[in-house]
Write a protein that binds this ligand. Structure first.
Ligand SMILES: *[C@@H]1O[C@H](CO)[C@@H](O)[C@H](O)[C@H]1NC(C)=O
Ligand SMILES: *[C@@H]1O[C@H](CO)[C@@H](O)[C@H](O)[C@H]1NC(C)=O
Ligand SMILES: *[C@@H]1O[C@H](CO)[C@@H](O)[C@H](O)[C@H]1NC(C)=O
Length: 330
């Protein structure tokens, strides 16, 4: 394992544990929202208008409209510890499936394109405002930013509800941007997230250009990003929030196939040495079905629950209690 790989793994371990360490402080009037990658203040999360693009440098991130006007500017403080945004509100007490993460990571020498096929899972049997984010993202080794086409189920700050939808996000430090969501059908189609290097057309000696989105939904879901950082860490993940029982998750395994990650010479080095992060406490795992790069490559997410039936039953009981409480209030 290279030094960089160790560094990335260390930050991801932090990422997973961050939720239970130092909580972030929120103003009374500002609300924390769950974005792909963790929690951000709602006031720091912005919709990208048509033709909008993002410009990310070492000390700021900006949203620019089609006419070149700056719609939003945020300075990025490097002195802040990375991933404070991943912290959970201090008031929340963790329970099973409330906040689950599994991931497969590859700290590649370089990345030029990253494409994959997500088979849209069947809708979960139960809907109780759970939020599921599935994504094939790119990060810089510092882990302080994400370029991510996201498949979502449930409601987020970007929209959504009891259906699957796709959209793109860019997150830098404690600021996030998202595109409109487009609904996709449960278990009946694939979606095709892509992240492409466009340095050839839009790069400069000191900046990189990226274009991400979903094939067949480019009009609505795509995002142009200019950044001074090098994004060479591939990150395939599921983040589940607010689930109560396994019924809030897809009832069968989820497959991510045809994962193709090209390097700067447009070569697909194989096999991909994925590092996996399972969530044993919640009983969700990420498995390498085939570590090849391109056709036939496959990762699989399995939802077995924690000590199977016991956890499922407890989840159901909690749900019953919640339902009783809610109905008493009405
Ligand atoms: C996003 O959706 C809103 C509401 O439907 C619409 O007004 C806006 O133009 C859309 N933005 C883009 C970029 O398509
Ligand atoms: C279930 O979760 C608990 C606490 O979250 C953990 O200590 C335990 O190891 C988990 N059980 C299994 C079978 O993974
Ligand atoms: C994660 O779970 C998968 C599926 O059960 C297993 O194949 C893999 O070895 C586990 N990996 C780690 C790092 O625990």
């Amino acid at each position: 394992m290279s030094f960089r790989m160790l560094a990335v793994s260390a930050f991801l371990v932090l990422h997973f544990l961050a939720g239970f360490a130092s909580p972030i402080v929120t103003g009374a009037q500002d609300e924390l929202v769950k974005v792909p990658g963790g929690y951000l203040l709602k006031s720091n999360v912005h919709a990208v208008p048509e033709g909008g693009r993002i410009v990310h440098s070492s000390d700021s991130v900006q949203l620019i409209d089609a006419g070149g006007r700056v719609l939003h500017y945020a300075s990025l403080s490097r002195s802040k510890p990375a991933f404070t945004r991943l912290n959970r509100p201090s008031s929340e007490v963790r329970r099973n499936l409330e906040s689950a993460i599994v991931a497969a990571i590859w700290d590649a020498p370089s990345i030029f394109t990253f494409t994959s096929d997500w088979i849209v899972p069947p809708a979960p049997q139960k809907y109780s405002n759970q939020l599921l984010y599935y994504f094939s993202a790119l990060l810089p080794p510092s882990g302080d930013a994400f370029i991510q086409p996201v498949l979502q189920y449930g409601p987020s700050v970007a929209g959504g509800g009891a259906y699957w939808s796709v959209g793109s996000w860019f997150i830098a430090g404690d600021t996030g941007y998202y595109t409109n969501l487009t609904q996709v059908l449960s278990g009946e189609q694939n979606v095709y997230p892509f992240i492409l290097d466009e340095d050839e057309f839009l790069g400069t000696p000191t900046t990189h250009a990226w274009y991400c989105g979903f094939e067949f939904h480019q009009q609505e879901s795509s995002l142009n990003i200019q950044t001074s950082e090098t994004f060479n860490v591939a990150y395939v993940a599921l983040e589940a929030y607010n689930a109560i029982s396994l019924l809030n998750l897809p009832g069968q395994t989820t497959n991510i196939v045809n994962i193709a990650i090209a390097n700067d010479d447009n070569e697909f080095s194989s096999p991909i040495p994925w590092t996996l992060f399972n969530d044993t406490a919640d009983g969700i795992t990420m498995k390498v079905v085939s570590a090849s790069n391109g056709d036939g490559a496959a990762l699989q997410i399995q939802y077995v629950g924690n000590s199977s039936s016991k956890q499922g039953l407890e989840g159901e009981r909690v749900e019953e209690q919640l339902t009783m409480k809610t109905s008493r209030r009405h």
